[in-house]
Design a protein around this ligand. Structure first.
Ligand code: GLN
Length: 547
């Protein structure tokens, strides 16, 4: 490892779900603003090799990296906050680590030794952390260990971190993101759970250097002092992190307690500052609050089954993409969640869509709610309501157009009915083979691919470029046999793969419909606070104009 490389481990105390990922992303943002090159690493302790096989209703959105790796939605936070394209090395799961060690053992890589969790698993973890730093050429690795202190699942990662610290005492620090409850009956903030969590971390042989104290309200001086004394850290290393309205204020809020300076001091790094520091971020955070008027966008999806709590999780990148573009345009985004199934059972319900300025059908898999989504698309197309289809939302728009305009009765996707009279969305031959062998993991078309755009189209004008690169996650494609028929009926494939074989964007001419566009890729994965996605921005602009 490069001499003087620094490592920050972020761990969670007391309970999960208090915003460790946002806290870590914010730290990354702050250190960038100080002029350091930081690579975030997310550690997920589960045994899945990647997040691709997990159900979005339970686990939230699968965030696809440019490399094609399917990861946890936290990776999206890092990309958005830090405006970075993360590499495959920046994501580590227990599954990856154990698989690598076991594969090596099977290949006699350990030369007859007894292979053990310690040191072989911990060494593999450290190797991956080093590799990530090297791939990114970073100065600081910011490693978020998933789960909470006390979990059995993440103990190997904490052990690897402990050993790294023993070997490099000046280069490794630990930040604990903890939670301080304010029980309503008491009305007083309690520090005891945090003390316990810090002591539990001590029992692993690790001392926290900084504590981020999440709570409903700011910490007072007394609480800070109490944590400082009982957890053996300087009082200025206790950072107050109250609930706030917008997650995008978190970096600015952390800086009120000077977390950046504290981290640099703990890491024995020079306190410097990049040219603009946090200024562009400050301007963005201000825009979040300053929108005039609102834009009402309906999202028609299906991963709503487990109640309101999962809504935002399954579509988090879509939500953020809408927001960034709305902020850029200067309006307040209002999102409305509509369950596609309702449009199946009650076809008249589509009339309600007229209440919205724009409609989005996001990505999805399988049969549930599909005819409902197609009813929705038909209505917005005929009634000239701005429509943005993402992946499945594009495929279904092609099916709707094929059925209702191109006269291809019964058109469908092979995903639902491979024996349909017109399979306008079909599986690629390589994919067919993988599925026949039950090989589902990482078997889709995944990650960044280039596409070429046709001139004088909505897509070309929105991007302002003839060649783009966007991220994919799908198994099916527009069937080449139907392209001509569908284009002759008026739908334009305005983006294709460079060889012209794969259809990447479908749209209707502006003379026919103000904005009817679907992408085979997932533009939402590249929407960033400081660089909103041009297609979302165009969609929002037209939505407002058509109000
Ligand atoms: N189910 C479709 C496919 O696999 C679309 C996938 C998606 O929307 N991400 O091609």
């Amino acid at each position: 490892m490069k001499k003087g490389h620094k490592y920050i481990f972020v761990v969670g105390g007391v309970m999960s779900g208090v915003g460790k990922g946002i806290a870590a992303s914010s730290i990354g943002k702050i250190l960038q603003a100080k002029g350091y090159k930081v690579n975030p690493v997310k550690v997920d302790p589960y045994l899945n090799v990647d997040a691709g096989t997990m159900n979005p209703t339970e686990h939230g959105e699968v965030f696809v990296l440019d490399s094609g790796l399917e990861t946890d939605q936290d990776m999206g936070n890092y990309e958005r906050f830090m405006d970075l394209d993360l590499t495959a090395e920046d994501y580590i799961t227990s599954g990856m680590v154990y698989k690598a060690v076991i594969d090596r053992e099977r290949n006699l890589g350990y030369k007859g030794k007894c292979v053990e969790a310690i040191p072989h698993i911990t060494d593999e973890i450290t190797r991956r952390i080093h590799k990530a730093a090297e791939t990114n050429g970073s100065q600081i690795s910011l490693i978020e260990i998933g789960g909470t202190i006390g979990d059995y699942q993440n103990a190997m990662f904490i052990e690897a971190a402990r050993v790294l610290k023993i070997k490099n005492p000046n280069d490794v620090i630990f930040i604990m993101v903890s939670y301080l409850p304010v029980p309503s009956k008491l009305g007083e903030m309690k520090t005891r759970p945090t003390q316990n969590a810090v002591h539990q971390l001590n029992s692993y042989g690790v001392q926290a250097d900084i504590i981020i104290a999440r709570s409903a309200v700011p910490l007072d001086k007394r609480r800070k002092e109490k944590i400082s004394i009982s957890c053996s850290i300087p009082v200025e290393n206790v950072i107050s992190a109250p609930d706030i309205e917008s997650v995008y204020d978190v970096p600015l809020n952390f800086e009120k307690d000077k977390i950046g300076d504290t981290i640099l001091k703990a890491l024995k790094l020079k306190n410097k500052s990049a040219r603009n520091g946090l200024n562009p971020w400050k301007q963005f955070a201000a825009r979040v609050k300053n929108g005039e008027g609102e834009v009402n966008i309906a999202v028609v999806g299906k991963y709503f089954d487990t109640g309101d709590f999962v809504l935002s999780d399954a579509y988090v990148s879509v939500i953020e993409a809408i927001k960034f573009s709305a902020f850029k345009v200067g309006v307040k985004p209002k999102l409305h969640w509509l369950s596609s199934k309702d449009f199946e059972t009650d076809p008249k319900k589509v009339k309600e869509l007229s209440n919205f300025d724009g409609v989005i059908v996001p990505g999805g898999f399988g049969e549930t709610g599909i005819e409902g989504k197609i009813n929705v698309i038909k209505y917005v197309r005929e009634n000239k309501i701005p429509y943005l289809g993402l992946c499945y939302g594009m495929q279904l728009a092609v099916i709707e157009y094929a059925r209702n305009v191109a006269g291809l009765v019964g058109a469908n996707t092979a995903e639902i009915n491979p024996k349909a009279p017109h399979v306008v969305i079909d599986i690629m031959p390589e994919q067919k083979k993988l599925l026949a062998e039950n090989k589902y993991g990482a078997s889709m078309r995944l990650g960044g691919y280039p596409a070429l755009l046709k001139s004088k189209t909505i897509a070309r004008d929105a991007y302002g470029a003839a060649e783009i690169r966007e991220r994919h996650r799908h198994r099916y494609e527009v069937n080449p046999e139907y392209i001509e028929k569908i284009e002759n009926a008026g739908l334009v494939f305005s983006g294709t793969s460079p060889d012209g074989k794969l259809m990447e964007i479908a749209e209707l001419p502006r003379e026919v419909h103000p904005f009817f566009l679907g992408t085979q890729f997932h533009p939402e994965l590249l929407a960033r606070p400081l660089h909103p996605h041009p297609l979302f921005t165009e969609f929002i602009k037209v939505a407002i104009k058509n109000k």
